[in-house]
Unconditional design. Structure first.
Length: 116
């Protein structure tokens, strides 16, 4: 079953300009050349709309600052390929240039299937 991996990152707000520049210049080009990236999205300053019975979210965290979506043929393929690519010297070099690696308040990874 093919899946989409949704990676949400919540970062301290003051680091977002540096984080966005790093992702745009280094991360996104590498991701696109190594994975089937659906998209990489960053906070744009528009307030989120969070309707529902648990609004605001019970965890108290601010909404995600960035979201990465990657398409995979299966969870097994993702586990093997993702780990392997993150162990490469190319990725380690990109990560070493991260302007704020300690600014993550939360990282969340979900997996979904296509509904149509």
């Amino acid at each position: 079953m093919s899946i989409v991996e949704i990676r949400e990152y919540t970062l301290r707000p003051e680091v977002l300009p540096r984080y966005e520049r790093w992702t745009r210049e280094l991360v996104v080009p590498w991701l696109r050349s190594n994975f089937d990236v659906v998209g990489f999205y960053v906070e744009c300053g528009i307030e989120p709309e969070v309707p529902g019975s648990a609004s605001p979210p019970p965890d108290g965290q601010p909404p995600p600052s960035a979201c990465l979506m990657i398409r995979w043929p299966s969870k097994e393929a993702r586990d093997t390929e993702f780990r392997g690519k993150l162990a490469t010297p190319e990725w380690r070099d990109i990560w070493a240039k991260h302007p704020c690696p300690d600014a993550y308040l939360e990282k969340r990874v979900r997996f979904m299937k296509v509904a149509d």
